[in-house]
Design a protein. Structure first.
Length: 323
C-alpha cells in the first residue's frame, strides 16, 4: 500500500498496571476502519496481567502491535520512548483506560491529506465512566495562549494527532507528561487545527490520576499543579487566574499539614475550613485584578524565588497533602 496514500499512524500507549481497561483500548485501535496503524505499548513495570494481554494481541497482530518494557521517569518519558520507537508519519497518544471513536483515525488521516501543511489537529472528546458510557463532553475550543495559561487549554491529549516533523521540531512531552507545556511549544511554531468530529473517549474512574487517593497519585497531581503555575509565571499568565491559582491552595493545605503536630485538636477544624476556602476560591480567582508578569517586571523573579525556596524547604517530605 502506498504510504503517501495511506501513511502509517503510530499510536503510543504508556502502561502501568492497566489490565482493567487495556483490552478496550487495544480493540478501539485495531477496530479502526483505517488499516495502516501500529500500536506501541511502553510498560513501566506492570505487575498485573497487562503484559499478558498485550502479548496475546501481539501474537494475533504481530505487524500492528509492539511493546517495550523498562523503568521510566514518568508518563511523558514513556510516551517519548514510544515516539522514538514509532515508524509512522502521524503520531497519537492514548492511555490504557481511554479509547477511540470508530473511524477516528480515518478522519485524522483525511484531514492531513486535505491539509498537507498542517502539523497538528485535534477534535472532540467524551468523558466516560467506568462502564464506558459518556456522561459529559469536553469543551473543545481553538487554542488561545492566554486561556491555556489561565483556564485550560481546551485540548484533550487523546484526541490530538501530529506529524512526525512536529515532534522533531518542538520535542516530545516532558517527563511529567504535561500537555500544557507541549501545547505552548507547538503554538510558538505551528498553527493548531481543530475539527468538530468526536475522536476519543477519556475515562474517569477511581484508579485514574484525577481520583486516585494514593500518595503517588497525589504527588503527581501536586507536581502538575506546580508546573502549571510556573508555566503561567514564565509565559505571562494571570497569577490569580483559576489554573495557576490552584497552586496557592496546595501551599495552604501543605502548611496546615506541616503544622499538624502543634495544632492538636484544632487540626481537623482548620483543615476543613482551609479545604472549603480553597474550593470556594476555585473558579473565582479569575474575577480578581489581573496580575500579569510583564506588567510587574520584578514580580516573576521574586515570586519564583519565594516559591522555589518553599519547595526546597519542603523537600518532598510533606507531599502527602490531601486534595
Amino acid at each position: 500500500m502506498d504510504t503517501h496514500e495511506a501513511p502509517l499512524v503510530s499510536i503510543v500507549t504508556p502502561v502501568l498496571n492497566g489490565e482493567r481497561y487495556i483490552e478496550t483500548c487495544i480493540k478501539s485501535v485495531l477496530g479502526q476502519s483505517y488499516p495502516n496503524i501500529e500500536h506501541i505499548f511502553v510498560d513501566g513495570g506492570s505487575t498485573d496481567r497487562s503484559l499478558e494481554i498485550i502479548e496475546k494481541y501481539r501474537q494475533l497482530y504481530p505487524d500492528r502491535i509492539r511493546d517495550i518494557t523498562g523503568r521510566d521517569k514518568g508518563v511523558g518519558d514513556a510516551v517519548s520512548k514510544g515516539f522514538k520507537l514509532a515508524k509512522g508519519d502521524i503520531f497519537g497518544w492514548i492511555d490504557t483506560d481511554d479509547f477511540y471513536e470508530p473511524g477516528a483515525i480515518q478522519t485524522v488521516v483525511d484531514f492531513f491529506r486535505a491539509n498537507p501543511s498542517a502539523m497538528l489537529v485535534y477534535g472532540g472528546c467524551n468523558e466516560v465512566g467506568e462502564d464506558g458510557q459518556a456522561f459529559a463532553c469536553f469543551i473543545i475550543k481553538d487554542f488561545n495562549r492566554r486561556q491555556a495559561l489561565n483556564e485550560w487549554s481546551y485540548i484533550m491529549f487523546c484526541a490530538a494527532f501530529y506529524r512526525r516533523q512536529l515532534i522533531d521540531a518542538v520535542g516530545s512531552f516532558n517527563n511529567l507528561g504535561n500537555d500544557l507545556d507541549f501545547w505552548l511549544r507547538v503554538n510558538k511554531r505551528f498553527q493548531m487545527y481543530r475539527i468538530e468530529n468526536l475522536l476519543a473517549n477519556w475515562r474517569l474512574h477511581n484508579e485514574s490520576i484525577s481520583l486516585n487517593k494514593s500518595t503517588e497519585a497525589r504527588h503527581m497531581r501536586h507536581k502538575r499543579i506546580q508546573e502549571d503555575f510556573f508555566l503561567a509565571l514564565r509565559h505571562g499568565g494571570n497569577l490569580l487566574a483559576n489554573r495557576p491559582g490552584r497552586y496557592y491552595g496546595i501551599i495552604i493545605l501543605e502548611m496546615i499539614e506541616i503544622l499538624r503536630p502543634v495544632l492538636g485538636f484544632s487540626y481537623p477544624f482548620l483543615w476543613r475550613c482551609s479545604l472549603r476556602g480553597v474550593k470556594f476560591m476555585d473558579g473565582r480567582m479569575g474575577s480578581l485584578r489581573c496580575l500579569r508578569y510583564e506588567r510587574y517586571p520584578l514580580l516573576g523573579p521574586v515570586l519564583s524565588f519565594v516559591l522555589r525556596t518553599w519547595e526546597r524547604v519542603r523537600g518532598g517530605i510533606w507531599w502527602t497533602f490531601r486534595v
